[in-house]
Every structure is written in C-alpha cells, then in structure tokens.
Ligand binder design. Structure first.
Ligand SMILES: *Cc1c(COP(=O)(O)O)cnc(C)c1O
Length: 384
C-alpha cells in the first residue's frame, strides 16, 4: 500500500492550481514572444502580460500601472527597501522595520546598514505582534521608510499594518509591507491598509515559483534594483516571464474570488487540527497571536522535542511540515522570530509549523495529528 502523504507546509510553497497550470501552458505555447518585440509575436506576449497586470490590479483594487512584475517575494522586498533608501544618502536616511520580518527584508536591511543607513528593528510582543506606538516611537526626523509585514510567515501573526500606514502617511513617511503570506486571503490589502509599497509572491497563493510583484502606489518612485533594458516601464529590467505572470494572475484571481470562503474553510480546519494536536500532545504550546492570525496557520512549541529530529521523522511517516524558520541541514539557526517574541530558551528549538490549504481533508488533519503525537512520544522516550 502506498504511504499516505499529508502536505502541511503551504507557508513554504503551494502547489500550482489547475487554473495556473493551464494559463502557464497556454501562454508558453501562444504567448512565448519577447514582449518588447515590434512584431505580432511580441505584441501577443505584451498583450498577455498587460492582461495579467490588469487582472492582478483588478483583484487588488489598484491601478494596473501600480503593479510591477518581479522574480518573487525576495526581490520585491529587496527592491522596496533598497529602492526607496537609495533615493537618499547614507547618513541622511533612517528606516524603521521589525525584528520579525522575513530574511529577505532583514538581510536587505543589514546590507543597507553596511552602506551607512540607519535601521531600527522594533520588537514584537510575546505573540509576535508589533505595537503601532512602538513603531511611531522609533520614527526620527530622517525616517524615510517604514516596513512592517502584513502576516508573519513563522507564527502567522497579523500585524497592524493599516494603523502603521496611516501614522506613516500623517508624517510624510513611505510605508512598505511584505504581504506575501497574507495577500491570497486578503487581496484588497493595499487599498485597505493604505500601504505605499507591497510585496507579493506567486507561489504562496498557487502560482509558479520565481514570480511575484511589487505594488508601488502611483507617484512613489523607488530606484530600480535591476538595471538594464526598459521593461516594466524602465523600472525593472529583464525580459518578462510572460507565462509565469499569466499563471500568477490566474492563481490570484481564483484566490481572490474565493478568499472569504477559503478563510472560513481554513478557520474550521485549523480548529480541527489544533484540537487534535493538543489531544495528542497536551503540553504543546501554541505560538502567535491567539486572535489576529492567518486562518490556515498553526505554530507550536513541543517541549522536550527537538524540531531537527521531529521534522524528518514526520516525513518518514508521511507528514510534511516544517519548523518554520530557515534551518538548513548541518547549520541550525535559531528562529529570530521566536527569539524576538521572548520565547523561553528551551522552546526555541522545538518548533512545529503546520500550514495548510482549504483542500486539506479532515481525515488527513486527524492522521497528521496522530503521527505528530506518536512521533513526539517516541522522541521523548528516546531522550529519557
Ligand atoms: C516566502 C516569503 C518571501 C519570499 O518569497 P519568494 O518568492 O520565495 O522569494 C518573503 N516574505 C515572506 C513573508 C514569505 O513568506
């Protein structure tokens, strides 16, 4: 009998949806031209690209010219912070961000610091939530940009982006948000929060990997990150990956149309999975904000169980999950998010992140919880 496989790592990536695959294949066949080409094949590709842009903008309630296609969330994050700060001289510009951002954002900030820019990293509360007052308190006369993620990829906490964006606007400061984890469920986030720049990644909502977008409010002008040809109105060089953009737009349309229904389905599944895990592992600690969290996201600390040991054993038993932070084989890096949240030292290396799609069956959720319970018990017994 083939072993059951339960995929619980949707925050790392999602399978492409059928609509996205169809759009990709159709476009790879008939829209393969260079969108800059001054002949029919080029015009066809260009038309397909602009259709994708209109579709994305339509779902977000923004203007098509406010959408720039990129190679993914990491590039969008890098472009937003480096592109805005590059408009000012080092030593004359300050950036406020948080200690719980994605590595793409944090490492871009570390680079900026090396260039001489000042960066403040605001700490979150124990739930991973940043207080708008703390962000506002970090503002200086030279603050040019505030970057706060919409939803945390490790613990799933939603951040008060709308409040922070309006505080930024009142002070004439630009606001960027990494909305990679949130946008599939909250497609109107740019409009609703009033952020000036917003990062998106296709593979976190059923599109292809290596494709994303940066929303840039009309009138805001970050310096380009990738210099070269005149693609993306001269702001992002490189021949456009039209099939990937078409597939991203197809996946986004689907996600946006079903956002409310998906959120309700996820919330129900989350409760089922949460109850089942707590029944199997009663001392598991749920991390993240108890109320303001992504609906398809669970993050636990499992006391006395090392995630380095747990994750591969779960995989052996058909359950695919992650610790949530970037740990690569051989070099274990403690989660900067959990550390910033002030988690007890003993719990820092006992993470289990379960993130799922609305397609997860209740049966598979219960199966996963049983495997988690059995595996945790085995590891604890072995440690005695
Ligand atoms: C996945 C992710 C990214 C990076 O996106 P890529 O398209 O994989 O580069 C950035 N920010 C957050 C919050 C993410 O979850």
């Amino acid at each position: 009998m083939e072993q059951k496989r339960v995929y619980l790592d949707c925050a790392a990536t999602m399978p492409m949806t059928e609509a996205a695959i169809s759009a990709y294949v159709e476009c790879a066949r008939s829209g393969w031209g260079n969108a800059s080409g001054l002949y029919q094949t080029g015009r066809q590709a260009k038309a397909r690209l602009e259709k994708a842009r209109r579709e994305m903008a339509g779902c977000m309630g923004v203007l098509p010219e406010e959408i720039y296609f990129t190679s993914g969330g990491s590039e969008s994050d890098n472009w937003a912070v480096k592109g805005v700060m590059a408009r000012y001289r080092p030593g004359e510009a300050h950036l406020v961000t948080t200690a719980v951002e994605h590595p793409a954002l944090l490492n871009a900030c570390a680079f900026l610091e090396k260039q001489g820019y000042d960066v403040t990293y605001v700490l979150p509360d124990h739930f991973g939530r940043v207080a708008p007052e703390d962000v506002i308190a970090a503002i200086r006369p030279q603050t040019r940009l505030i970057s706060v993620m919409a939803a945390n990829n490790e613990v799933g906490t939603l951040e008060p982006v709308a409040e922070i964006a309006s505080a930024a606007r009142a002070r004439g400061i630009l606001m960027h948000t990494d909305a990679v984890q949130a946008i599939g469920l909250f497609p109107a986030l740019a409009k609703e929060t009033g952020a000036d720049l917003m990062s998106l990644s296709a593979h976190k909502f059923g599109g292809p990997k290596g494709c994303g977008a940066l929303y840039v409010r009309k009138g805001v002008r970050p310096e380009p990150l990738i210099h070269g040809g005149e693609q993306e109105r001269g702001f992002r060089a490189s021949t456009e990956n039209v099939p990937a953009c078409a597939a991203m737009a197809a996946a986004f349309k689907e996600a946006a149309q079903n956002a409310e229904r998906n959120a309700a389905l996820l919330a129900r599944l989350r409760q089922v999975l949460l109850d089942a895990v707590l029944q199997e592992v009663p001392d598991a600690v749920l991390n993240g904000d108890p109320v303001r969290h992504l609906p398809g996201h669970l993050h636990f600390s499992v006391p006395g169980v090392q995630d380095e040991a747990l994750i591969p054993l779960l995989d052996l038993n058909g359950v695919e999950a992650s610790a949530g932070s970037a740990c690569t084989a051989g070099s274990y890096v403690e989660s900067h998010v959990l550390r910033a949240m002030g988690l007890d030292g003993g719990l820092l290396r006992s993470s289990l992140r379960l993130t799922f799609s609305p397609k997860l069956s209740e049966e598979d959720a219960l199966y996963a919880a049983r495997v988690i319970g059995r595996t945790a018990a085995r590891l604890r017994a072995a440690a005695l």
